[in-house]
Ligand binder design. Structure first.
Ligand code: PLP
Length: 403
């Protein structure tokens, strides 16, 4: 069986985690701090806070920004449930909009129509690793007409004086736009280092901050380190200094810090990340070449003059089929011992969001992309021979169904 996206765990990773275990420091400590510093350098952002998942990083972020009941947060209907779940938990209302025709990302024109005086933030998802239209999106929130509609609820929102633009960069670590890396393309970006993502720490995530100059990024870093550790103003490492045991809690915090065992994996992954990207790119090119000669294949847009993907997901689409035919094709691919996937079930198809009144028919482009989509395996250890097996399995399956 060719798996879909196994993590790259080899002796190098095992040695680094073993070294962390033997160091006597297994929770947040020197390796986490080093990992944060290296992500800041790599992404070119102002500061980075490592956390235990994308989801908890985003939850703390929405809380810090003062988002709650009565507020609206705009996001695409085409994303993983986590993007919307955090908004629900914050007490705010998720406002879903449709995606572009050309790619799988949120439509900036649809965002414009969805903005109201209650809009506090936009979560744009770099689907499959392809960056959203941040040039247009960052310009939109600064337009006079949009800006004058904005009403701040607190000091931080006043300081920004416009809608906050957040990147759901769960897929896009290493992607670039105008030569700048994901993590520095807008106000704040959130990465996921879950086991299936491009760069993994088993479970994990990071928030990268890039707010305007009137924000103090050192202060933001300190605030988040407190917020992700119960609100305690001294972490375990600081408390190991002689006599330095007393601490205070000014506000009840969350608990979602990254451990040094996770950071140990991340440091190895980051050090060899370019070779990971290079291999993924080569696999994308092989899929492009193989499917561009098939009349039924719609290959994904992943590179333009200004944008380069992180090659996270290869989202193949099959022209002229129904959702049922797509599912049947997937079954036939699995029967040939090849694992494939669908990214994603649109939010309005999930019971939790149907119950909340969202309707699939309101997002035609999302449905159009979803109903005939199949994601193919892409990972460092996938060999050229395996890529040929995947292509063969897909072609066989489609020919059987299309006849
Ligand atoms: C994986 C994923 C998340 C959630 O990441 P976790 O680290 O598992 O919390 C959020 N958004 C998207 C688009 C994802 O694919």
């Amino acid at each position: 069986m060719i798996p879909f996206s196994p993590p790259r765990i080899d002796q190098k990773v095992i040695d680094e985690v073993t070294a962390a275990l033997k160091s006597g420091w297994i929770t947040t400590g020197p390796r986490t701090k080093l990992f944060e510093k290296k992500i800041t350098e790599y992404c070119g952002c102002q500061t980075t806070v490592a956390v235990n998942s994308w989801t908890m990083g985003m939850q703390v972020l929405l809380n810090w920004w003062g988002i709650g009941e009565g507020d609206e947060v705009i996001l695409p209907a085409y994303t993983y449930c986590a993007s919307a779940n955090v908004i629900v938990h914050s007490g705010a209302t998720p406002v879903m909009v449709d995606i572009n025709k050309e790619d799988f990302n949120i439509s900036v024109e649809a965002i414009r129509k969805a903005i109201t005086p209650r809009t506090k933030a936009i979560i744009a998802v770099d689907l499959a690793g392809f960056p959203c239209d941040y040039d247009q999106l960052n310009a939109l929130v600064r337009e006079e007409g949009i800006r004058s509609m904005f009403s701040a609820n607190n000091e931080k929102q006043e300081q920004l004086d416009r809608i906050l633009v957040i990147s759901d960069a769960a897929h896009s670590f290493g992607a670039t736009m105008n030569g700048k890396r994901s993590g520095s393309l807008t106000d704040i970006s959130s990465f996921s280092f879950h086991a299936v993502k491009n760069l993994t720490t088993a479970e994990g995530g990071a928030l990268c901050f890039n707010l305007p100059d009137n924000f103090d990024h050192n202060e933001i870093y300190t605030t988040f380190c407190t917020m992700i550790l119960h609100g305690q103003n001294k972490d375990a490492l600081a408390k190991t200094q002689k006599g330095n045991w007393r601490y205070d809690v000014e506000e009840p915090g969350f608990k979602c810090n990254m451990t040094d065992l996770q950071a140990a994996i991340g440091l190895v992954e980051l050090e060899r990340y370019q070779e990971n990207l290079d291999r993924r790119k080569a696999i994308f090119e092989q899929y492009d070449a193989a499917f561009s000669i098939e009349s039924w294949a719609i290959t994904p847009l992943h590179t333009t003059n200004s944008k380069v993907t992180s090659y996270h997901l290869y989202q193949l689409r099959i022209a002229g089929i129904t959702e049922e035919q797509r599912d049947a094709i997937m079954q036939l691919i699995f029967d040939q011992d090849v694992s494939v996937n669908v990214h994603f079930l649109p939010l309005p198809t999930l019971t939790a969001y149907k119950k909340r009144g969202y309707k699939m028919e309101d997002y035609p482009e999302t449905w159009n992309k979803y109903h005939n989509e199949i994601s193919l395996p892409v990972y460092f250890n996938l060999t050229d021979e395996q890529v040929r097996i995947v292509v063969g399995a897909v072609v066989n399956a489609v020919n059987l169904i299309l006849g």
